[in-house]
Design a protein around this ligand. Structure first.
Ligand SMILES: *Cc1c(COP(=O)(O)O)cnc(C)c1O
Length: 419
């Protein structure tokens, strides 16, 4: 039997935590703990001030001159360059723009256009829904545009993805950290296997960026997309990022050929000439307020380094799993995340038959988690603002909810429309 872990032990770990001071850099509700920072990261204090400056001074006073004077126009590329080291990208390979969904569509179109002799687009079942829907949407469009040679959308079992790739496959779209299980895919090996067959890969890094170290350059990655409002703490609906390797930029012609991606937007010409660099993946006018908030979140994260964050996140998630065994072993939870550190991303998930009621009941006790049907409770592990003692509190809440059958209320039987 391992020794019992107490709340005092957890407090001790907090005292020795080199990242502890970051907690005060966030606005955190006094009566609740955010174990859902993998879905909506908490608010960095400095973001309030940045937004105030951006609204009052830049928008309010400087008005349209802010596009040049306050760096608004270059912001998508400037902030992309700040984000680049977090994913092992080089200067000029990342742009902050649009949503993840829109960027997936843009990357799919770009990849397909680089592969004129291949007609299959491939992903795995259980991938994040938007990824699969966008593939279906693109394949549907291509059926209408080219009845003789449309794109074929293939979504196969995760175990068979690698073997399904062939000389027909144009592009493989995969998510590195699975949104339900937190299972981490081997980005380097899969990319290499795809390249051996001439397949381009788009990596969805929504649950990776700001959570686990990623090295796109070492992997010789082609395209990647990811989320600004999760681990990067960029705020609700923060714009996403798109990564395009330098070697693909000149040949990947944007399908969403908006004026902001033109070589010279203010020449207002009738014909479209894409910008020579990553800017060609801009579409329309960037959302400056959201981008400002995201830049602030990235700046805060860059005050530490991703390896240090990862080390603490793993310690927190190991503690979570150990405490679950210690306090909740008899309550029917099944761990759905990999136990092995290297294979687990930034959240810990459990299946429980009564998952939905439990999710609601711990929320009432101040533990914000989320619920993914069927039966999966997710706990986001965000080392910038979660303490070891918070993990203890979350597992205690679970134990009490189970012990007192607090999940068993009639009102919890109805699934909320947003979980
Ligand atoms: C959160 C998430 C998205 C979000 O897409 P949006 O278009 O920004 O809503 C996409 N893919 C994955 C894997 C995600 O986890």
């Amino acid at each position: 039997m391992p020794p019992t872990i107490t709340l005092a032990d957890c407090r001790q770990m907090d005292q020795q935590d080199s990242l502890a001071a970051f907690r005060d850099r966030f606005v955190l509700p006094a009566d609740r703990l955010n174990f859902d920072g993998n879905s909506l990261g908490s608010l960095p204090r400095q973001t309030i001030e940045r937004l105030q400056t951006c609204t009052e001074e830049e928008w309010g006073n400087d008005l349209i001159s802010s596009w040049s004077q306050n760096g608004w126009f270059e912001a998508p590329v400037r902030v992309g360059n700040k984000l680049a080291p977090l994913i092992g990208a080089r200067e000029g390979e990342v742009i902050i723009t649009d949503s993840v969904s829109v960027n997936i569509f843009k990357a799919l179109c770009a990849a397909v256009s680089l592969q004129p002799d291949r007609h299959e687009i491939l992903s795995e079942s259980g991938n994040f829904p938007t990824d699969l829907y966008l593939m279906e949407g693109l394949a549907g469009l291509s059926r209408r545009l080219n009845r003789d040679r449309p794109l074929v959308n293939r979504v196969v079992d995760p175990e068979t993805v690698i073997d399904t790739m062939s000389e027909k496959t144009a592009v493989l779209l995969l998510t590195q950290v699975h949104y339900k299980t937190a299972e981490v895919k081997d980005l380097v090996t899969i990319t290499e296997k795809a390249h051996d067959l001439g397949v381009l890969v788009i990596w969805d890094l929504s649950h990776s960026v700001g959570s686990i170290p990623v090295d796109l350059e070492a992997a010789k990655a082609d395209f990647a997309v990811g989320c600004g409002y999760k681990f990067l703490n960029g705020g609700p609906g923060a714009p996403a990022f798109l990564y395009v390797a330098h070697r693909h930029q000149a040949n990947a012609n944007p399908v969403l050929a908006g004026w902001m991606g033109h070589r010279d937007p203010f020449a207002f010409t009738d014909d479209y000439q894409p910008a020579a660099d990553i800017s060609r993946f801009r579409v329309g006018t960037p959302p400056i307020l959201s981008l400002t908030a995201l830049e602030s979140g990235i700046d805060l994260m860059l005050e530490t380094d991703i390896q240090t964050l990862r080390t603490k996140a793993l310690a927190l998630s190991r503690l979570f799993m150990e405490l679950m065994e210690q306090q909740c072993a008899s309550h029917g939870f099944q761990l759905v995340s990999p136990k092995e550190d290297a294979r687990r991303g930034g959240h810990v998930s459990y299946f429980h038959e009564e998952g939905h009621g439990i999710y609601q009941a711990i929320k009432r006790r101040g533990i914000i988690s989320d619920y993914r049907t069927p039966g999966v409770l997710r706990f986001g592990i965000t080392p910038l603002y979660l303490r070891y003692a918070d993990v203890y509190a979350a597992v205690e809440a679970l134990r009490e909810v189970m012990q007192n059958r607090e999940w068993d209320r009639e009102e919890y039987q109805v699934r909320a429309s947003i979980t």
